[in-house]
Write a protein of this length. Structure first.
Length: 72
């Protein structure tokens, strides 16, 4: 069974730490980038059945709004 964890942040130390933790627990990391549209992010979330996203503070409101809009 595949397990996925999303990471939506600029390249920084926390990205590496999250990625290494995922590797330790046999979790496949899925990267999201600033240039991706909300539609693209929603598509990836639906395809992977993603339930967890680690994101930087500036993107928290965007993720919450996506959830309110019925996306993700």
């Amino acid at each position: 069974m595949w397990r996925f964890c999303g990471i939506w942040a600029r390249n920084r130390q926390e990205w590496l730490t999250t990625m290494l933790a995922g590797m330790h627990y046999k979790i496949t990391n899925v990267g999201f980038y600033d240039a991706m549209s909300v539609k693209a992010v929603d598509f990836i979330i639906e395809q992977t059945k993603l339930t967890t996203i680690f994101c930087e503070g500036g993107l928290v409101k965007k993720v919450i709004q996506m959830k309110k809009d019925g996306l993700a």
